[in-house]
Design a binder for this molecule. Structure first.
Ligand code: PLP
Length: 391
């Protein structure tokens, strides 16, 4: 008997891909909104959400149409030349991001946004030291990895970029001490994603801003995972009225297409010289068109408000079960974590068998990052199935 198409594909990927990923034994063939289907027709509720890159949902009509229209006209247009979709995207980013963020470098991923932010911070301050946080995650390219905390990812690749120090997240006293006039930047996530859905305290962020202002260090906020509506605001820093000097964006920015951005203030921009940082694909028309459509959809369908309301219902419902295996339910908007008293892996597998795709974030957390277009009914189902598997 001949092998099934799935078996052949799984074998090919297992033999030929680098081997750096853990894979689940599912072959996806189609998506719609917050639903995914495998080759056998099994339907899943998607709470992986492309690890935060699918806020707009699968087969989003605005994003799909924009990609088709742009692909029909022009895909390649480096920043050697001007392009309308890029100009429009820059304008929208300028309008949406906090006051003070005035210029943008367009790139292709979260790690790249962090890489550029580190370079711009060093360039603008003439200083080398970057402070980051324990449990922080900023990507795995060498510069970004130097800011990422997890030693499993770091140690095999040392020496990393020099000048990086990590302090405990939410420790304002340590933060006050460590930021000095030698510091180029403090880099922080408003909610740590990979680190386990952990919210920064208002006090910690206030001290960060204050201390950066006092010492001339720059505040870099990493909104790669929290941006574009995920937490119930366009950007999570709006919950704290926080204005950074540099803002890193990616993941859902392009409605699923690879694109990222580094927002910078005028002081940083004034130090940038020609060719200080470049990217062949950065600002390409296809990704810019997708991003413009994604932002338009987010606004027209009020996905931030939707994330806020649905997220709050979901957290409430999860808490109401009062499950013995659960240590804590936490999150903001539709960035939700269920911290267990034991390893979460087996429960994530059980969820999958019952048609719910969820993520880990650390050994004991189940993390949910559904597309913000998810229906209340589906989210209720996810909560009920979670309760069932954790009984
Ligand atoms: C907060 C944060 N920063 C940076 C990154 C790196 O992004 P990418 O995987 O697109 O390089 C991630 C990825 O998960 C992230 O969550």
């Amino acid at each position: 008997m001949s092998d099934s198409p799935k078996k052949i594909i799984v074998e090919l990927e297992d033999q030929l891909s680098s081997g750096t990923y853990y894979k689940r034994n599912i072959m996806l063939v189609r998506g719609q909104g917050a639903h995914l289907w495998d080759e056998s027709g099994m339907k899943f509720i998607d709470c992986v959400g492309g690890q935060g890159s699918a806020n707009l949902g699968h087969r989003n009509p605005y994003v799909n149409q924009a990609i088709q229209d742009q692909a029909d006209k022009l895909i390649v247009c480096n920043e050697l030349f001007y392009h309308e979709e890029r100009a429009n995207l820059l304008k929208r980013l300028f309008q949406l991001t906090p006051v003070g963020i005035e210029r943008f470098f367009l790139c292709n991923s979260g790690s790249e946004a962090i890489e550029g932010a580190i370079k711009f911070a060093r360039l603008a301050t003439g200083r080398q030291q970057i402070i980051a946080t324990m449990r922080g995650f900023h990507g795995k390219s060498l510069g970004a990895l130097s800011a990422t905390w997890n030693k499993t990812f770091r140690q095999p690749f040392e020496p990393l970029v020099p000048g990086f120090t990590h302090i405990p997240f939410n420790n304002s006293t340590k933060l006050r001490e460590i930021i000095t006039d030698q510091t180029a930047a403090f880099l922080v996530e408003v909610i740590q994603g990979e680190g386990g859905v952990r919210l920064a305290s208002a006090e910690f962020l206030k001290v960060a801003k204050q201390r950066c202002e006092e010492t001339g260090a720059l505040l870099i906020v990493d909104e790669v995972q929290t941006g574009f509506g995920r937490t119930g605001k366009m950007f999570a820093l709006e919950h704290f009225d926080l204005s950074p000097d540099i803002l890193c964006l990616a993941k859902s920015m392009g409605g699923g297409l690879p694109i990222g951005a580094i927002g910078i203030n005028q002081a940083v921009a004034s130090q940038i010289f020609k060719l200080a940082h470049t990217s062949t694909f950065g600002g390409n028309p296809l990704a810019c068109a997708a991003a413009n459509a994604a932002i338009r959809y987010l606004e027209e369908f009020q996905l931030c408000e939707r994330a806020k309301e649905l997220g709050s219902n979901f957290i409430q419902k999860l808490k109401s079960f009062q499950l013995a295996k659960v240590r804590e339910v936490r999150g903001l908007g539709l960035m939700v974590g269920v911290e267990l008293k034991e390893k979460s892996g087996p429960y994530i597998q059980k969820l999958l068998q019952k048609g719910v795709l969820a993520l880990a974030a650390g050994p004991t957390l189940i993390r949910y990052l559904p597309p913000l277009v998810i229906e209340q009914e589906d989210l209720d189902k996810v909560a009920d199935i979670t309760a069932e598997v954790l009984q």
